[in-house]
Design a protein around this ligand. Structure first.
Ligand code: DOR
Ligand code: ZN
Length: 351
């Protein structure tokens, strides 16, 4: 039986949701991850530092691991103000500002309609070195859904980076060869998160032989060659601009499996087993740790975790559903067998 002992991973992009759902998402996340960056697309969105701090308390109220640390980003709305940016920079739990183009995805209605109107804020963020976390897709209805990320890079991101060259940027949950190429062409303060599901799957898993709503997320899964390019990026040495953000995004069963199903793959419980399986299949297990546990911490200038996680090649069946109170969530790969599992190893927490 193969085992692998790695630095405890962090998840730099997760949707924990709120209230009752936290009783499920938080214990699941902390089984694997020491730190998470929880997304602000709640209803209403997290737009101020005090709101983020009270959300943090709701999360801490349900943690079972006292060393688990949630981090946050401020939702970038058209009403953002400079004082919030300065306050956010001072808050040790806030790592950036999340930009959703309006209408791009779940709960993005409060997002930015025209980035050109936000240049003053972007300039303050550049001065503060406060990272901009971007959902990188154009929202024009006439642009094909499979082209929206590549188009965003050309028409929005590249000009923005040119105008604010020192602004730290994380292009979130990248899905295309164009995104990999763009990040690799940039200096170290430009990075990208990649999900486990975009590494493990492509659009055939979503669409061939029947529509599978479990695999529907945004940005949508792309062609196989894009998947291969993402794999290459994380399975090559010294690719420190790429790190794990699972984008685990649970939706209640009725909303996910409906005539107009919600976007989001609930992957928190399977992300590390799935990655171990994938990296093992490519003889790349020694490169897993940099992607899951080192590159992100370095980018956000946080210490590397001192705790460790043991991955064991030992089959387990992904639960058919997770429930909390009267809410049911179906994880990606529900009922399927994965060949790796993980257990935290007790050890000293971070200072
Ligand atoms: O698939 C997604 N689901 N993509 C996002 O950007 C948001 C997320 C969610 O919140 O459900
Ligand atoms: Zn997300």
């Amino acid at each position: 039986m193969q085992t692998l002992n790695i630095i405890r991973p962090d998840d730099w992009h997760i949707h924990l949701r709120d209230h009752t759902t936290l009783k499920l998402t938080v214990p699941l996340a902390e089984r694997t991850f020491a730190r998470v960056l929880a997304m602000p697309n709640l209803t209403p969105p997290l737009t101020t530092v005090p709101n983020i701090l009270s959300y943090r308390q709701r999360i801490l109220a349900v943690t079972q691991d006292e060393h688990f640390s949630p981090y946050f980003s401020v939702y970038f709305t058209n009403d953002l103000n400079e004082a919030t940016l300065r306050e956010a920079k001072q808050c040790p739990w806030i790592l950036g500002v999340k930009l959703y183009p309006q209408g791009a995805t779940t709960h993005s209605d409060w997002g930015i309609d025209d980035i050109h109107k936000q240049f003053a804020h972007l300039s303050v963020m550049e001065e503060l070195a406060l990272p901009l976390l971007i959902h990188g897709e154009v929202t024009t209805s006439t642009i094909d859904i499979f082209d929206r990320e590549a188009r965003f890079i050309d028409t929005v991101l590249q000009p923005l980076q040119h105008r604010f060259p020192k602004l730290p940027i994380v292009l979130e949950h990248i899905t295309t060869a164009e995104a990999v190429d763009w990040v690799q062409s940039m200096p170290a303060h430009i990075a990208a998160t990649i999900t486990a599901h975009h590494l493990a799957f492509n659009r055939n898993h979503l669409l061939a032989g029947g529509i599978r709503p479990d695999y529907y997320c945004l940005p949508i899964l792309k062609r196989h060659h894009h998947q291969q390019k993402l794999q290459q990026a994380v399975m090559t040495k010294n690719q420190s601009q790429f790190f794990l953000g699972t984008d685990s995004a649970p939706h209640v069963q009725d909303k996910k499996y409906s005539a107009c199903g919600c976007a989001g793959c609930f992957t928190s419980p399977i992300a590390l087993p799935l990655l171990a399986e994938l990296f093992a299949a490519h003889q790349a297990l020694p490169l897993l740790e940099a992607f899951t546990s080192i590159n992100g911490a370095r980018f956000y200038q946080l210490p590397i975790n001192t705790q460790r996680l043991r991955l064991t090649q030992s089959p387990w069946v992904v639960p058919k559903a997770y429930t909390t109170d009267d809410l049911t969530f179906i994880p990606l790969l529900a009922g399927q067998t994965l060949s790796w599992q993980c257990q935290p190893i007790e050890g000293q927490p971070n200072e």
